[in-house]
Structures are given as structure tokens and as C-alpha cells.
Design a protein around this ligand. Structure first.
Ligand SMILES: Nc1ncnc2c1ncn2[C@@H]1O[C@H](COP(=O)(O)OP(=O)(O)O)[C@@H](O)[C@H]1O
Ligand SMILES: [Mg+2]
Length: 309
């Protein structure tokens, strides 16, 4: 039996002024897939994710060009440069998670998660933020699922980056999203928080059959968590296939010098970052074994610091 296509992107281009950011991008996702979207900075990952959520309109088709559109659940959300009327209804079935944490700082975590229900509520309760007991119970269930129920009454601003990202995922759960599209959700997280966020996405994909499209700056995560990867370069798809094929040699052939940006820094440079007390940490390390080694090193360094202080 052929898997049901849940997202179909056809000949999508996007320009900002004279700058073409997406160039004839086509691919489709079947229900239940977990797909990584990789590419160096500026390759168009965020723009592609924004077009799928219809937050950015796509370009009109060029004269006699191939018809361009984005379909979700067999309905067009964008067609030939226009966001369709069906967009609002379709968006409510799509959970979007951004790199920057989009929680309302002054609201409790529970209320932040309840906000995921707004797309399905009628105007008056939605306007005043009236949530029923059942809705709050469903928000608590979602918070439990992502492992942060004990923080339900804390304000958004009191949560760590990893907790905020897990809250963003909980919001997609109360929304009953059938597909989660996440734009570099782990880019600002430390290694263990990054791994938890990716574990949660993988669990939702496996146990709840939620389709996941996740953009990642570094290929190790895609290799570990996503059976399939789509690679962008300069707004074009340059690879779409099994993540297992993404060896350093293959990536270097695809990306040239840019490929270095797509790999995690060596463990030694990570340890040096911690030892010098630099604030900036490299993106989370996840590839099999690599992350565990990083965590162990960090624990050892922190332990040594503790003894010295
Ligand atoms: N709203 C915008 N206006 C003008 N240029 C933009 C806009 N959004 C993105 N770009 C440009 O599009 C290119 C791709 O950006 P982006 O999709 O954010 O890439 P990535 O997420 O892969 O880093 C970049 O050169 C960026 O400067
Ligand atoms: Mg981006």
C-alpha cells in the first residue's frame, strides 16, 4: 500500500527583491515520515519552512513555467503566489516550532501550552483566553508527555531554553497537529537538552505517527534521528534520500568548503570552550557516541572545577 502524501511541495521558488532564496523546490512527505532538512546558513531552510506554514507567500509561476504550489493533506495552502482560503484551517493541523522560543514570558507554562488550542476555538473564549477544565487537562497531559508537567505553574520566562522548546512541542500536541515542522529547534540548546528535544520529536513520530520535518544545522542529528534527509544549497535541493548516505566525503562533494559548517566541532574544541569559560557553546552533539563523550567530558570538567573551587 502506498503511504498517504501529507505534504507536497511543487516547483516552489521564493525571491526577496532580486535575491532568489528558493529555486524550484519540489518534494513530498508521506504520513509518518521523520525527515531532516539540512543546509548551511542562508541556504533557505527557514524560508522553506515558513512557506509550508504559509507564513511567507511563494513566487508566482514564471511564464509557461510548471505550476507551483504547496499542498497539505491534499489541499492547497499556497498556489501560484497566493495563500489560499483553506490556509487557516490547514494551519491548525500543522505544529510549527521555531528556533527562538516563542513562549509568552508572563504567562504560566500551562497557559502558554493552552494557546495551542486557539486555532480551534470560537472567537469569544479565544479572545479572552478562557480555557475549559478539559482543555487544561489536555495541556497537562501534553506537558507530562514532554516531561515538564512539574513546571506547569512557572512563568514562561522562568524556564530554560530546553524546557521552553519542550513547551513549544507540547503546544503542537494540544493542537492535535498531524505534522510538526520545526525550524532548527535545537540550535540554541546545550547537548543534553538538544538530545531530549530530538528524542521527544522521534517518540511522537514513532508512537503517534506524527509526521516531522525538522531543519538542523548539523548533519549528525539528521543521521541519528531522521531516516531521510533533504539537503539545500543556495535554495535548491541538492540531495533527497537516506540519511545514511551523508558521509563526510559525500557532503564534501555536495557542499565543497561549506560542508565544514555542517559537522559538529571536534570534541577537543568543545572541551576547550568549557575550560576557557566561553559563553558560546557549539551546537549540540548527537551522533552516536559523540554526544555521550561530550557529556562525559563536560561532567568531568565541571567536577574538576567543583573540586578546585
Ligand atoms: N524577509 C526577508 N527579506 C529579505 N531576505 C531574506 C528574508 N528572509 C530571508 N532572506 C534571505 O534569504 C536567504 C535564506 O535565508 P533563510 O531561509 O533564513 O536561510 P537558513 O534558514 O537556511 O539560514 C538569506 O540570504 C536571507 O538573508
Ligand atoms: Mg534558519
Amino acid at each position: 500500500m502506498k503511504a498517504e502524501p501529507i505534504l507536497v511541495v511543487r516547483h516552489v521558488s521564493k525571491s526577496f527583491g532580486n535575491c532568489q532564496v528558493l529555486d524550484d523546490v519540489s518534494f513530498s512527505l508521506s504520513r509518518g515520515e521523520m525527515v531532516g532538512l539540512i543546509g548551511a546558513s542562508g541556504s533557505g531552510k527557514s524560508t522553506l519552512i515558513r512557506t509550508i506554514a504559509a507564513l511567507t507567500p511563494i513566487d508566482r509561476e514564471k511564464d509557461k513555467g510548471a505550476p507551483c504550489s504547496i499542498h497539505l493533506f491534499d489541499q492547497a495552502i499556497q498556489k501560484n503566489g497566493c495563500v489560499t482560503r483553506a490556509a487557516a484551517g490547514l494551519r491548525s493541523r500543522v505544529g510549527v516550532v521555531f528556533q527562538q522560543f516563542n513562549l509568552v514570558p508572563r504567562l504560566s507554562l500551562l497557559m502558554n501550552v493552552c494557546l495551542g488550542l486557539l486555532g480551534r476555538m470560537s472567537v469569544i473564549p479565544a479572545t479572552f483566553g478562557y480555557f475549559t477544565q478539559d482543555q487544561k487537562v489536555s495541556a497537562m497531559t501534553a506537558l507530562k508527555r514532554v516531561g515538564i508537567a512539574e513546571h506547569a505553574l512557572k512563568r514562561g520566562s522562568q524556564l530554560s531554553g530546553g524546557q521552553q522548546q519542550r513547551a513549544a512541542i507540547a503546544r503542537t500536541l494540544v493542537q492535535n497537529a498531524e505534522i510538526i515542522i520545526a525550524d532548527e529547534p535545537i540550535a540554541s540548546l546545550d547537548p543534553s537538552s538538544a538530545r531530549r528535544v530530538m528524542d521527544i520529536l522521534a517518540d511522537l513520530n514513532k508512537r503517534d505517527n506524527i509526521t516531522v520535518l525538522v531543519s538542523l544545522h548539523q548533519v549528525e542529528y539528521a543521521m541519528r534521528y531522521c531516516p531521510r534527509t533533504i539537503a539545500l544549497k543556495g535554495g535548491k535541493i541538492i540531495y533527497d534520500g537516506p540519511s545514511s548516505a551523508l558521509t563526510p566525503e559525500f557532503l564534501s562533494a555536495l557542499y565543497g568548503a561549506e560542508s565544514e559548517e555542517l559537522f559538529l566541532p571536534p570534541i577537543e574544541s568543545y572541551a576547550a570552550t568549557i575550560q576557557t569559560g566561553a559563553k558560546s557553546m557549539p551546537d549540540a552533539a548527537v551522533a552516536n557516541g559523540h554526544l555521550a563523550a561530550l557529556d562525559q567530558q563536560r561532567a568531568a570538567i565541571n567536577g574538576a572545577r567543583h573540586l578546585n573551587s
